[in-house]
Design a protein. Structure first.
Length: 239
């Protein structure tokens, strides 16, 4: 396991991805019909995760050990076959950390102490940053004796929900309520992941949505979100 280093950069990424994470979990709940599935089953060889009655494509990201509070990436787990579909889907992430200065992605295992937990465990926080990098739309975690495993739901049916100027404000405000800061980065990250049009001034970020609606998100001098104004595009009958 790697010597302990701080997780400051990773925690900033977690905060910036929080609105996208909250949105993704809402979309997953819509897809499977529940925000707390009562049954799950995962196959590494087929890369399929079953939540209740819904089969979903997934990538196995890693696992958490309660014994030493450590994270272990799936591709570095000696007890797993790295050639299985579920692990192969996660392999592009090995180079992600080096490119963006997140040392955690370059270590096989590390102490997860200090990784921010926004209520879904620190492992989920880490998974939330990784998910969009390989096209994941949501995350899922399951327990086993002595720890938890974490997966990225890569099923393309999640993409059909898409971003919405109607729902985005509630994801922004809920993300801000966790008190992790990085408000402007949170909005910019949401726009980048969804490939939205974005126009920025000193105190406003305007997001343009596919349906021609837009949001104006205002910030104070400390980059804190203070107001969201929505201009929703409506289609008139017959137009």
């Amino acid at each position: 396991m790697a010597e302990q280093q701080d997780h400051e950069a990773l925690n900033a990424w977690i905060a910036a991805h929080l609105a996208v994470t909250i949105e993704g979990q809402a979309h997953l709940a819509q897809l499977i019909g529940s925000d707390a599935p009562g049954r799950w089953e995962a196959s590494l060889s087929s890369g399929m995760l079953t939540l209740d009655q819904t089969d979903l494509e997934f990538a196995l990201l890693g696992s958490y050990s309660e014994e030493d509070n450590s994270w272990l990436w799936s591709w570095a787990n000696p007890g797993l076959d790295p050639n299985t579909i579920a692990i192969q889907r996660a392999l592009p992430l090995k180079g992600f950390g080096e490119e963006f200065g997140l040392w955690e992605f370059s270590e096989d295992s590390f102490d997860i102490s200090g990784v921010v937990d926004f209520g879904m465990t620190a492992g989920s926080s880490l998974t939330s940053v990784a998910a969009p990098q390989i096209g994941g739309g949501a995350i899922f975690s399951g327990s086993y004796p002595g720890g938890r495993f974490y997966v990225i739901v890569t099923d393309q049916r999640l993409a059909r929900f898409g971003p919405s100027a109607v729902s985005a404000p509630k994801y922004f405000t809920r993300a801000v309520s966790y008190g992790l800061g990085h408000h402007r980065e949170l909005v910019e990250t949401y726009a980048a992941i969804h490939q939205l049009q974005m126009v920025e001034t000193e105190d406003v970020v305007r997001l343009g949505f596919p349906d021609k609606s837009h949001l104006d998100v205002s910030f104070d001098e400390h980059e804190r979100m203070i107001k969201i104004h929505a201009n929703l595009h409506t289609t008139r009958p017959g137009s």
